[in-house]
Design a protein around this ligand. Structure first.
Ligand code: C5P
Length: 311
């Protein structure tokens, strides 16, 4: 058995997040085009006398280290499935914004599944890992697979989306996070003002063919024009200052702008790497965000990191 396993796992942005009405189980049906991007968390799994979690990186203080952490829940779930005591130390190195709408918590859950599976030698089938991932959270299966995928149901039912080449994004992070349930709740509240929020009152969510075509042909301009997020109005309602961030990015030459998932991170499309670097610098200088970082995608999902052994 290896003494320690490190898994690297990317963030996601939803190039499209179409949100249906609230279902009877409290979730919302979605048609989500998940897009994995090169901002990463690393989760290192080491045998220990009990399950424990430590966290490093920006905003580490806001990440729970109790069993509510998705990485801990992943270790418990996989251990229960294979009859293994989940006595591991999970160390999470955060590069993904915390509570930022980029699936950072889901990423850590996916990474812990892959890391514990490798450490324990459980050899779980991919289908079992995906099933456990869906149990952990709506976005966790996508954190396992990465790439670009259409997520249906509550986001856990994935179909790969063909893409050409690489796209250049910039992510503007905000001070403080937004709670995903709070943003969905605000979306319902806003919909109640104009006709209802249940799944019998809101149209079934659907993907935009123009977005799929932009991805298939690798056209950043068409991608920028096709970005859409049904949670954006709710995120802006809870955090009005995000409108300034979106405007600053568009003024600085972004060819597409939207709130990432439930926010508050704002995502922008640039035409190439140089434009993304310039846009990130302009956004950081604008004072409308905490910091802005360029990232390319798509990238693979949770993968084991091979490092040379230290003698
Ligand atoms: O699945 P996950 O635990 O990540 O979801 C967190 C919360 O976000 C849910 O409890 C629900 O309030 C909201 N949510 C939703 N519809 C989805 C996904 C999440 O309402 N499709």
């Amino acid at each position: 058995m290896q003494s320690s396993i490190t898994v690297r796992v990317p963030a996601k942005v939803n190039a499209q997040l179409a949100v249906g009405g609230r279902r009877s189980d409290g979730y919302h049906g979605v048609a989500s085009v998940f897009f994995s991007v090169g901002l990463y968390d690393e989760v290192t799994v080491t045998p220990a006398d009990r399950l424990r979690i430590t966290v490093a990186g920006t905003d580490a203080a806001f990440v729970p280290t109790d069993p509510s952490n998705l990485a801990a829940r992943a270790a418990l779930l996989l251990g229960a499935r294979y009859g293994i005591e989940p006595n591991v130390h999970l160390h999470i190195d955060k590069g993904i914004p915390v509570a930022g709408g980029m699936a950072g918590g889901s990423a850590d859950g996916a990474a812990a599944l892959v890391g514990c599976d490798a450490l324990w030698g459980t050899g779980a089938d991919r289908s079992v890992l995906l099933e456990l991932a869906a149990e952990l959270g709506s976005d966790v299966p996508f954190s396992l697979t990465g790439g670009v995928a259409l997520g249906e149901g509550r986001g856990e039912r994935l179909t790969p989306v063909p893409t050409a080449g690489s796209f250049h994004w910039v992510f503007a992070t905000a001070e403080g996070g937004l709670s995903t349930p709070a943003v969905y709740g605000e979306c319902d509240r806003l919909r109640e003002l104009t006709g209802g929020s249940s799944d019998t009152e809101v149209p079934v969510p659907a993907t935009d063919p123009a977005l799929l075509e932009a991805l298939r042909t690798g056209d950043p301009g068409a991608l920028g024009a096709a970005l859409r997020n049904d949670l954006q109005a709710a995120a802006l309602s809870l955090r009005p200052a995000l409108a300034d961030t979106l405007r600053a990015g568009t003024d600085a030459g972004a060819i597409g702008a939207l709130v990432s998932g439930s926010g508050p991170t704002c995502a922008f499309v640039a035409k190439d790497a140089a434009a993304a670097a310039a846009l990130a610098a302009a956004l950081t200088a604008s004072g409308t965000c905490r910091t802005a970082r360029p990232a390319e995608g798509p990238v693979p999902g949770a993968v084991l990191v091979r490092r040379p052994l230290v003698p």
